[in-house]
Design a protein around this ligand. Structure first.
Ligand code: NAP
Length: 344
């Protein structure tokens, strides 16, 4: 079989204990199927690697169904249509969908969203951005900031995992609202990027010996809004500094995703006295949010006023280690796996 006729899929071999790696998965090969009525075959170009994927590997169901042993791993992709039995898709079209860790994907047409082929001559962002700044992570930041934090000019907003796919956008949105934005990130390079490129007002390295004191020094007026991406020690330090009527958008707690059971929580007594609002959210709760965000943010990406950074891993076979890496902070920007070449 030639490369064009072989489908490679990554399936779950066993549930990981701690950080996932390639030994938890199998790569299987079979023939690329033919599409039935209203079905489409895409070849995957980009696969998104996201922290939520660790939750799918647990036995217990979270807000979404767990992956079964032997099942293809879930994941958002951008692909090019190579065969179609649906009038809505033609060979050569580009499509986004949650189509999994596969080189070629058989989809019902309704499972895919057709996206425009970018024209670089017109300054259009590359197709990888459909999975990052203009995709689910960007829409997540938009949801948490606009629906929950609602930052006002002059307020102090803290963003954890500040250099990452979600945090980088959340902080830039809070700055657009006129807030003073302080990032928390792992290491000097990420902190430099957060301050010099994303233009946050300050950034604290959560690996530093005295996170609490450094965060307090960066937030002399306390914290009015917190965009929570990591939990753990960062959360403890932030909660100590929250002002009365602070808002906390609970987006994720990546520091505990590899732990089983999850660590005990903080004492929330302060929430009463300070009248703090703490609200969790899942971006998929609001259908249409990604499309709404893409329309709003595409001009900002095109004119350079919304910065983003991508971190690329080559080859589908390296997706498991990439997932282990994002959970340990080894990514720097939106993490993507290059599965196949760009469209012609
Ligand atoms: N609610 C939703 O609908 C939704 C949707 C998408 C994503 N999320 C959540 O949003 C968060 C960010 O996701 P993302 O895709 O943008 O990933 P990301 O920020 O690009 O990558 C994850 C980052 O988490 C940080 N991290 C990992 N372990 C940590 C630890 N022990 N302590 C502190 N920081 C740690 C690392 O950054 P540093 O090196 O800077 O620490 C790492 O680079 C995750 O919690 C994810 O689950 C939620």
């Amino acid at each position: 079989m030639s490369a064009d006729t072989v489908r490679r899929s990554i399936v779950l071999r066993r549930r990981p204990s701690g950080a996932p790696d390639r030994s938890d998965f199998d790569i299987i090969e079979d023939a690329v199927p033919s599409p039935g009525a209203h079905e489409v075959i895409t070849r995957t170009i980009w696969l998104s690697i996201d922290p939520y994927m660790r939750g799918r590997l647990r036995e217990q169901q979270t807000y979404a169904k767990a992956i079964e042993i032997g099942e293809v791993m879930t994941g958002e992709t951008v692909g090019e249509v190579v065969a179609s039995a649906d009038p809505g898709f033609a060979v050569g079209d580009l499509a986004v969908g949650a189509r999994g860790w596969q080189s070629h994907v058989l989809s019902k047409a309704a499972q895919l969203t057709k996206v425009v082929r970018p024209d670089p001559a017109k300054g259009a962002p590359p197709i990888s951005t459909y999975l990052g700044v203009l995709g689910m992570p960007g829409a997540t930041a938009y949801t948490g900031v606009t629906d929950i934090l609602k930052p006002k000019a002059g307020e102090t907003v803290v963003i954890s995992a500040a250099s990452g796919a979600v945090g980088s956008v959340a902080g830039q949105l809070a700055r657009r609202a006129g807030a003073r934005v302080v990032g928390v990130a792992g290491g000097p390079d990420k902190c430099l990027y957060v301050q010099d490129t994303l233009m946050f007002d300050d950034c604290v390295d959560h690996r530093s010996m005295d996170l609490r004191a450094e965060l307090a020094a960066s937030c002399p007026n306390g914290i009015d809004c917190y965009f929570e991406n990591v939990g753990g020690a960062v959360q403890e330090a932030v909660f100590d500094l929250l002002n009365p009527f602070a808002r906390v958008a609970m987006c994720g707690m990546v520091s505990q995703y590899n732990q089983d059971p999850f660590p005990p929580g903080p004492n929330l007594g302060f929430v009463v006295g300070k009248r703090v609002l703490i609200q969790g959210f899942i971006v998929s709760d609001k259908p249409g949010r990604i499309a709404e965000w893409r329309k709003l943010a595409a001009p900002w990406v095109a004119d350079g006023s919304l910065e983003y950074r991508e971190d690329t891993v080559e080859g589908l076979e390296n997706a498991p280690d990439a997932l282990g890496g994002i959970l340990g902070g080894r990514n720097f920007g939106k993490l993507l796996v290059r599965v196949g070449p760009d469209p012609h």
